[in-house]
Structure formats: C-alpha cells, structure tokens
Write a protein that binds this ligand. Structure first.
Ligand code: IMP
Ligand code: MG
Length: 206
C-alpha cells in the first residue's frame, strides 16, 4: 500500500512538475459544484501583493507599522503581505463578530478578541480581507482611532463595488463585483479559506 504522503499518479506529471489541475485548490474546485469562476487568480494576487508591499515599504520608511490583522479572513493575506514589506513590522490580531448572519453584516459589531498591543503613538496599518458594506471597517476605525495611534490606515485585499469611501482606505488590492466570493482567507461557514485564488461562490448562503 502506498504511504499516505504519496502524491499518487494524478498529482505530478510525468516530468514531476505539478500540472495546474493538480494544485490542491484547483482539485477542490473541480470537485465542488458550489465553487464558481475565478475572480482573482493566484498570480494576480501574488503580483498585487508585491506592488502593495513595495508601496507600504516606501510610505512607512523610518516608521515601521504595526500590522493589525482582522481575523479570521485576513490571516492568509496578512501572512503574504507582511513578507512583501521590507520593514521591521510588528503583528497583532483582532477578531470581530457581527450580529446577525455570518455572510451579511448587520452593522452592529462586537470585539471577540482584542489587541495585545497599546496603540498609543503607533503607526497602525489594519489588514482586511474584504470590504463590502464598509460597516465593519467603520466600526474598527472608530474603535482604533480612539486609542490615539500616531497614524491609522487600512490595506484591504478586496473592495466590493459599493459607495464605500474612507480616507483611511489607502491600499486596495482589487475592486470586485458584489457577488459573494471565497478563497484566500474568505469563507462560507469556515470552508474554502485555503483556496489559493478568489472564486465566486454559487452555493446557498447560510
Ligand atoms: P462589511 O461590514 O459589509 O464591509 O463586511 C465585511 C465582512 O463581511 C468581511 O470581513 C467578511 O467577513 C464578510 N464578507 C463580506 N463579503 C464577503 C464575501 O464575498 N465573502 C466572504 N466574506 C464576506
Ligand atoms: Mg466570514
């Protein structure tokens, strides 16, 4: 019997180079009818992160930011983004929950896990997965601004086509249509966070 770690005949091509269809996330998508078209590819995400990282590195030269990740969705983006920033950044995380459904924000947000760091005098860069209505972001910014940071800005991987404008939203990866999307940290009921790209979700929302 083959060991569990054996990739099996369909994972590697004859040359030993994995084929696109054999990337784990792609295989997942092939087998799941709820996963729709790719909205942002893995390559587009990688290139954009390189670009955002370079901009952040230039903008924060001499004042390395404290990266504040908003759990859980931002953990994948924050991990890659931080490694594209050539500054000695620090990390903290906070978790918020919205009352009501897990897929649509009610606007009433509460902090489930607060930061460990005192923000007074710090240059804070909030890292968000997605801004939809902007209600979660508005709550976060109000809350964090009250802690007297030296500066406060936001880097969001995705912004849905809404009227959301915020002077703090300094770094945006991609503007996307208003469809529900999953992957690269984004979930439906905790699933799909490990997809390497962003896909439309065609299934039933809880
Ligand atoms: P907002 O308060 O309407 O801007 O919603 C923000 C939060 O809702 C995000 O941090 C996500 O947790 C969730 N969310 C909004 N749109 C999507 C989506 O398309 N896929 C997955 N989660 C989403
Ligand atoms: Mg979610």
């Amino acid at each position: 019997m083959a060991p569990l770690s054996s990739p099996g005949p369909d994972v590697a091509s004859a040359s030993g180079v994995p084929q696109v269809a054999d990337i784990p996330g792609e295989r997942l998508a092939r087998e799941d009818p709820d996963l729709g078209e790719v909205i942002v590819t893995e390559d587009e995400i990688r290139d954009k992160i390189r670009e955002l990282g370079a901009r952040i590195t230039a903008d924060y030269a001499g004042r390395p930011p404290l990266l504040v990740g908003v759990l859980k969705g931002a953990f994948v983006f924050m991990s890659d983004l931080s490694r594209a920033i050539a500054l000695s950044v620090e990390f903290d995380f906070m978790a918020v929950a919205s009352y009501g459904s897990s897929t649509r924000t009610s606007g009433v947000v509460r902090i489930v896990k607060d930061l460990d760091t005192d923000l007074a005098g710090r240059h804070v860069l909030v890292v968000e997965d997605i801004v939809d209505s902007g209600l979660t972001l508005a709550f976060l910014l109000r809350n964090l601004a009250a802690r007297q940071p030296a500066s406060l800005a936001v880097c969001a991987l995705l912004v849905k086509d809404t009227e959301v404008t915020s002077p703090e939203l300094s770094y945006i990866g991609f503007h996307i249509p208003r469809d529900f999307v999953v992957g690269y940290g984004l979930d439906v009921a905790e699933r799909y966070r490990n997809l390497p790209c962003i896909r439309r979700y065609n299934g039933q929302l809880p």
